[in-house]
Write a protein that binds this ligand. Structure first.
Ligand SMILES: Cc1cc2nc3c(=O)[nH]c(=O)nc-3n(C[C@H](O)[C@H](O)[C@H](O)COP(=O)(O)OP(=O)(O)OC[C@H]3O[C@@H](n4cnc5c(N)ncnc54)[C@H](O)[C@@H]3O)c2cc1C
Length: 474
């Protein structure tokens, strides 16, 4: 076996890992980032294209949780993790959410006033901005439909940079980790080992001594004085469990269940020049968010998956069709178990009766909005059922959504290794150090005790910053 060594090994280069690595390298530590995915540039493939899904998504985007209703989940697998493929929508969580977390798992030094400076730093250093060139047609339509119903909407800022060209037009560039914190870590001396999968950690007497990785089809050993696992909410518990660490690890996964529908209008509403639509209906937050997604042909095909008939024609005429979503704060709590034979983890999570009622309520509201905005047809998220042509038919379905037959998905997963001082319910202490270990940490979305009730990346970054600075003694 080949041997490499580092003082600090960071597993995974998504938002949690990139923040940890950048701060540690800048503090003068000898840092090695080990990343399972490849090292692509942000423009290695057009955004939201099939080529991008091939390069940067785990299993091309096809992962499922099992339960009465299976939930499709998406994860990034490349340098930069989820930040390379996401819409970059940025939110701070509500102060009341953070207070709830603090009480739930007894997190020390976690008052909102102690956390806001970390969010401010993220907003400054990772380029959070609003599009200066106006709103695209899908966003305008969402706002118009909501306005007719008296509901409030808001344009959401993003991790994006907008540069104005000589012709006055704005060109946007996603400010993912491969554009921001990974280069910052490398400039400060961190090393990056891409295409390298961590299989397990070696440990003795409450100390990690190294990692076993798979690189180019061969097993190698990495010696480490300290390890921070940031492989995301599904893969982090998987690595820990494979290493024999099971105390509250992978027993409390939570997520935001989403229902996506495609809606077709008489006029063109899908203008790729405007990029990701950034308007959200915030009238029903935090429990429910309604919004629209970037509607490229591959993504339309992905979310039309459960539909019967007519798909080809609608894809040919894709500029009149957009993807719209309902995202809910889920109440189901799931488990993650490693399945060595299959090479994939087994993720089980119930979509509860409360979840069904909540997403049904959201779907019914979304239907009202879309038809008020002039939709001629809205797809049916129940597999095999005909599309809707009016709000009343949609509402009737939304009131009694059937388990097991709906296309439910998620892009927001967390809470699989919660942090806090109450070790009856947590896997790590209040700053991400794994219970019972002196040199092993988790620093990613797994740490959230509960849902952040907003798009999570901003919170992942802010908490990773807080915990990394603490670990580095700052
Ligand atoms: C399609 C999509 C859209 C989204 N849109 C938004 C949005 O608009 N706004 C928002 O706030 N959030 C959004 N999210 C969620 C956001 O991207 C995640 O919350 C965030 O990326 C989580 O960061 P993380 O560091 O916990 O994990 P990840 O970003 O998942 O990073 C984990 C990294 O670890 C690597 N890894 C995994 N296993 C191993 C292993 N065994 N060995 C080595 N490396 C490993 C992975 O390849 C990955 O690069 C979206 C997510 C997706 C998938």
């Amino acid at each position: 076996m080949n041997r490499t060594s580092a003082d600090l090994v960071v597993v995974g280069s998504g938002p949690g890992g990139a923040m940890t690595a950048a701060l540690a390298a800048e503090a003068g530590r000898d840092v090695l980032i080990v990343e399972e995915g490849s090292n692509y540039t942000i423009d290695s493939a057009p955004s939201f294209s099939l080529a991008e899904m091939d390069q940067k998504y785990r299993n091309g985007g096809l992962n499922v949780t099992f339960g009465q209703t299976n939930i499709t989940y998406l994860e990034g697998r490349c340098v930069g993790g989820g930040s390379e493929i996401n819409a970059g929508l940025y939110h701070r969580p509500l102060a009341t959410t953070l207070e709830q977390w603090r009480e739930f798992t007894r997190i020390a030094d976690f008052a909102p006033a102690q956390l806001w400076p970390h969010f401010e730093a993220v907003e400054r250093e990772c380029q959070v901005a609003s599009f200066p060139g106006g709103n695209g047609p899908a966003s305008a339509l969402l706002r118009m439909g909501a306005g007719k119903l008296g509901w409030s909407t808001r344009e959401i800022a993003r991790f994006w940079r907008y540069d104005q060209g000589a012709d006055g037009a704005f060109a946007g560039r996603r400010q993912s980790m491969s554009e921001t914190l990974v280069p910052r870590a490398l400039r400060a001396g961190a090393r990056l080992l891409a295409d390298t999968r961590v299989l397990r950690l070696d440990h003795r007497g409450g100390r990690v001594t190294g990692l076993v990785v798979l690189r180019g089809g061969r097993r190698e050993q990495i010696e480490a004085k300290r390890v921070v696992v940031c492989a995301g909410a599904v893969q982090t518990p998987r690595i820990l469990r494979r290493s024999g660490l099971t105390h509250n690890v992978g027993d409390s996964l939570r997520l935001h269940p989403m229902i996506r529908v495609t809606a077709t209008f008489r006029e063109e509403i899908n203008d790729p020049a405007f990029g990701v639509p950034t308007e959200q209906v915030d009238q029903f937050k935090p429990d429910l968010t309604l919004g629209c997604s970037y509607s490229s042909i591959p993504h339309l095909a992905l979310w039309m998956g459960a539909e019967q008939g007519g798909k080809r024609d609608r894809l040919r005429d894709y500029r009149r069709t957009g993807i719209f979503y309902v995202a809910a704060v889920g109440t189901g709590v799931g488990t993650i178990r490693d399945l060595p034979v299959l090479g994939e983890p087994l993720v089980r999570l119930p979509l509860t009766g409360d979840d069904l009622a909540r997403i049904g309520e959201g779907l019914s509201k979304l239907g009202q909005l879309l038809f008020a905005a002039g939709a001629v047809e809205v797809s049916n998220p129940v597999a095999g059922e005909a599309a809707f042509r009016d709000a009343a038919a949609l509402e009737a379905t939304a009131r009694k959504l059937p388990q097991g037959r709906m296309a439910v998905s998620t892009i927001h997963l967390f809470s699989s290794c919660p942090m806090g001082d109450d070790d009856r319910v947590t896997a790590t202490d209040s700053f991400g150090r794994v219970h019972g270990f002196s040199n092993l940490y988790v620093n990613d979305a797994s740490l959230f005790p509960m849902s952040p009730a907003v798009n999570p990346q901003g919170t992942v970054l802010a908490i990773a910053r807080r915990n990394a600075l603490r670990m580095l003694g700052g």
